[in-house]
Design a protein around this ligand. Structure first.
Ligand code: HAM
Length: 419
């Protein structure tokens, strides 16, 4: 009987060696940009109590109703995290990170949602997010948006559209929810089943529906602008002014309501018109001024966003593909035990080169073929002329072979590899 070849779980991807360089480039850019803005990393577990998400994201959202991976005993339901804002708030409260302190935090890691997989939408995906706690004014909203824009700049990604809206105060949302309920109730017969259910539980979510007939009806729904109070307007105007000062273009989309319930005030999304297909939101976030208190902490204003790393890698590769060489130098071994090759390899590594050492011996001709396939810039043949000497062959430039003492080798490689 032949053994069955198992496949990965649908919607959960391997990142293969030929693609991991692109991921690493994006991850490095994200870490550097976060540092440049004074954000510090937080790492939280992949598994949390399910109620953390149910209570934070909202029981009548798609994420909680349909997409969470929940398991465990009835008295301790656990969930794979579908996002990390709730986890970050939980960690801040648990460790007292917000006691008389403001915090700028970032995270990068895997999230899980049982969505219908398609290009750009996966069941295990990765987010880079930032969360800023303790600043009530629009200057910090503008900062996190600017930080996102800096990521696009670093990765040479152009053409993203920034959409903004404000969801106002809880009173505003209450009044707006009522207005939506009234409007959609009049169209009840034409709504899809999910939306009919949401008439009672969460009519704001109907604006997010992807069902064609409902989208058409939603187009005629009242927008939130008429319900905003003076504070929410002033905050939003302040944010728009700051963005203009940064030279950031944006569109105001009064239908942007976001799929998570914790938002209060300004919300935003960056959309890609090219390159991502239907799943075109690369980054999304907003203010959530009540979540910290709702989860047991002191009242603390907060704002943040998360980017989908799969979507970001796709855009970064389209914008400026880069295939970093997997190795700088391939060291071949002319002697049988490979001792000289191992020693030379270590000296080169100590000098900062990425070195692949040939293992397993064999004819030099075959070893040279491996060297060629490795993508290295130089091949170094050890043990051919006796201890302390090596031969170097440039693999990409077609240059001549050179014979050198091991002492001179490092400098020679440095000159030729950084050139
Ligand atoms: P979200 O809109 O649910 O917000 O997700 C943010 C981003 O994660 C999306 O714009 C998208 O790029 C990516 N994403 C979401 N689901 C998937 C998926 N199934 N496959 C691939 N990528 C996906 C949040 O998660 C909030 N926690 C953002 C936030 C942080 N708000 C305040 N702070």
């Amino acid at each position: 009987m032949t053994a069955q070849k198992l496949q990965a779980v649908r919607g959960m991807n391997d990142v293969l060696p030929q693609d991991s360089g692109a991921w690493q480039r994006v991850e490095t850019a994200l870490r550097e940009v976060a540092r440049a803005y004074g954000y510090r990393e937080i790492r939280t577990p992949l598994v949390e109590r399910a109620e953390l998400f149910t209570q934070s994201i909202g029981g009548a959202t798609d994420i909680v109703e349909k997409e969470m991976y929940v398991f465990g005993a009835a008295d301790e339901r656990l969930a794979l995290r579908p996002e990390a804002t709730a986890s970050t708030v939980r960690a801040c409260n648990q460790h007292g990170l917000l006691h008389n302190r403001q915090q700028r935090l970032w995270y990068l890691g895997a999230m899980f949602r049982r969505e219908r997989p398609q290009k750009g939408r996966y069941r295990q995906f990765h987010q880079f997010g930032v969360e800023a706690f303790g600043w009530p004014g629009p200057d910090i909203d503008a900062e996190v948006i600017r930080l996102g824009a800096r990521v696009w700049e670093r990765l040479q990604i152009g053409g993203l559209r920034l959409q903004l809206n404000t969801l106002g105060s809880p009173q505003t949302r209450r009044a707006y929810r009522e207005a939506l309920r009234e409007y959609f109730s009049g169209q009840r017969a034409h709504l899809d089943a999910d939306s009919v259910r949401r008439l009672e539980s969460n009519p704001l979510r109907i604006l997010d529906s992807k069902v064609d007939a409902t989208v058409e009806i939603a187009a005629g729904a009242p927008d939130i602008t008429g319900f905003l109070d003076a504070d929410a307007r002033a905050h939003f105007d302040g944010l728009c002014d700051s963005l203009r000062r940064f030279g950031l273009k944006f569109e105001i989309n009064p239908r942007l309501v976001r799929g998570l319930d914790y938002y209060t005030g300004a919300v935003f999304e960056w959309l890609a018109d090219d390159g991502l297909g239907a799943q075109n939101a690369v980054c999304a976030g907003g203010r959530y001024d009540q979540l910290v208190e709702q989860r047991g902490g002191r009242p603390t204003p907060a704002v943040g966003f998360a980017m989908g790393v799969e979507r970001l890698v796709e855009l970064a590769e389209r914008a400026a593909p880069e295939t970093p060489a997997p190795t700088d130098i391939y060291v071949l071994s002319a002697d049988d035990d490979g001792g000289e090759a191992a020693d030379i390899s270590e000296s080169l590594r100590r000098a900062g080169f990425a070195v692949t050492t040939h293992c397993g011996g064999g004819q030099l001709k075959r070893q040279m073929k491996r060297a060629d396939q490795s993508g290295a810039r130089l091949a170094v043949i050890a043990g051919l002329e006796g201890a302390g000497t090596a031969r170097i062959k440039p693999l990409r430039s077609g240059g001549e072979q050179v014979r050198l003492g091991v002492d001179a080798l490092v400098d020679w490689c440095r000159d030729h590899i950084s050139a």
